[in-house]
Each structure stands twice: as C-alpha cells, then as structure tokens.
Ligand binder design. Structure first.
Ligand code: PNS
Length: 179
C-alpha cells in the first residue's frame, strides 16, 4: 500500500487543504497529514492548535491521520513509511515555491513529490489571506473547516493582548533623507 504525506504549516488548515488531502487519498491507500514547521514563517497558531484543527477537519476521512513533523520532512516520510509527498497547486506561484522543495526532498532521500491541482473554486484560499481577512474583521468561516474560524479569531485576540516590543525612537526624517 502506498502511503503519502501531505505536509504543510496549516496555520490554519483551510478548505483548500482539505480538498488536497481528499484528492491525495483517492490516489493512495493512506494519507498522513504532516503538520510541520516552515522556518521562513512564524505561526499565529500553536503546533497543538494546528494539529487539533487538522485532526477535526479530517476526522470523517478514512485512511487519513494527522501527525506533527518534528524535523526534516524526509525523515518524517521515512518514519511513517511514506514514499511520496502530495502537495496542491493553486497556480504558478505555488509551483515556483514548491519545485525547489520537491527537488531538495528528492536530493535528500529520493522522496517523490506529486502535485495535484486543487478545486478552482478554492484557488484564492490561502492561510495567509485567511488570517489577514480575519485580522481586519472579515468573514472567514466559509473558507475553513468548522471550528477554525473561532480558533483564528481567538489567537488574534490573544496576540492583540500580548505586550509588544517598544517601537524604535521616531524621527521626523524619512529613512532615505540625508541628515
Ligand atoms: O504550508 P507550507 O508552509 O508551504 O509548507 C512548507 C513545509 C512546512 C512543508 C516545509 O517548510 C517543510 O517541509 N518543513 C519541514 C522541514 C524541512 O524538511 N525543510 C526542508 C524542506 S525542502
């Protein structure tokens, strides 16, 4: 039986992610959703929150489970017995971002990556946009699985309460102006 990993930061898990996981499951016998860390991003939600929301979202899908990725994705693939990574593409920007990762994972451990084209109706759904819309009070509940909207709003409120670092001393000059 072929096992695939669907990796991501899932900050938060969206209906676009769910669509890709469903498509991956049609191709292979088992899908492991790997909740990973992307060192280029800092997350709004904690790892435990991202895991719980992803688990809720796939709870009714047979042959799909969710696990944390503690380190390199290729090590995780080996540990769960996966030979393939499945990722979704919404367009060319996704392709440009994904190909170097796919090549690196093949370089490191001969792990193949399969790209699936997601539902066109969800092509605008990205975790980053979902967070931005929620941050400014917009409606996100029709873009994410049940429970995710509340978790995102709670995390944003938590962050708004958190003490922030003091701003640097202000000057009246624009940075590029000579003294
Ligand atoms: O949802 P994202 O942020 O686009 O997913 C990127 C992710 C988390 C899959 C990628 O950063 C990753 O695989 N992280 C785990 C650490 C790792 O293996 N890094 C090298 C990737 S080539």
């Amino acid at each position: 039986m072929t096992i695939a990993v669907c990796p991501g930061s899932f900050d938060p898990f969206t209906l676009g992610h769910l669509d890709v996981v469903r498509r991956a499951r049609r191709l292979v016998g088992e899908v492991v959703v790997g909740v990973a860390r992307n060192s280029a991003k800092s997350t709004l939600l904690t790892l435990d929150e991202r895991l719980a929301l992803a688990r809720d979202a796939v709870a009714d899908l047979d042959g799909v489970r969710v696990e944390p990725v503690p380190g390199l994705l290729v090590d995780f693939c080996r540990d769960v017995g996966a030979t393939v990574v499945v990722k979704g593409l919404r367009g060319g920007a996704d392709y440009d971002a994904e190909v170097p990762m796919a090549l690196m994972n093949r370089h490191l451990a001969d792990v193949e990556t399969v790209f699936v084209v997601g539902d066109g109706a969800l092509a605008h759904v990205a975790s980053s946009l979902v967070k931005d819309v929620a941050r400014y009070g917009g409606q996100i509940d029709d873009l994410v699985p049940r429970g995710v909207g509340d978790a995102v709003r709670a995390a944003l409120a938590r962050r708004a309460d958190a003490p922030t670092a003091p701003l640097p001393p202000s000057t009246d000059r624009r940075p590029e102006e000579p003294r």
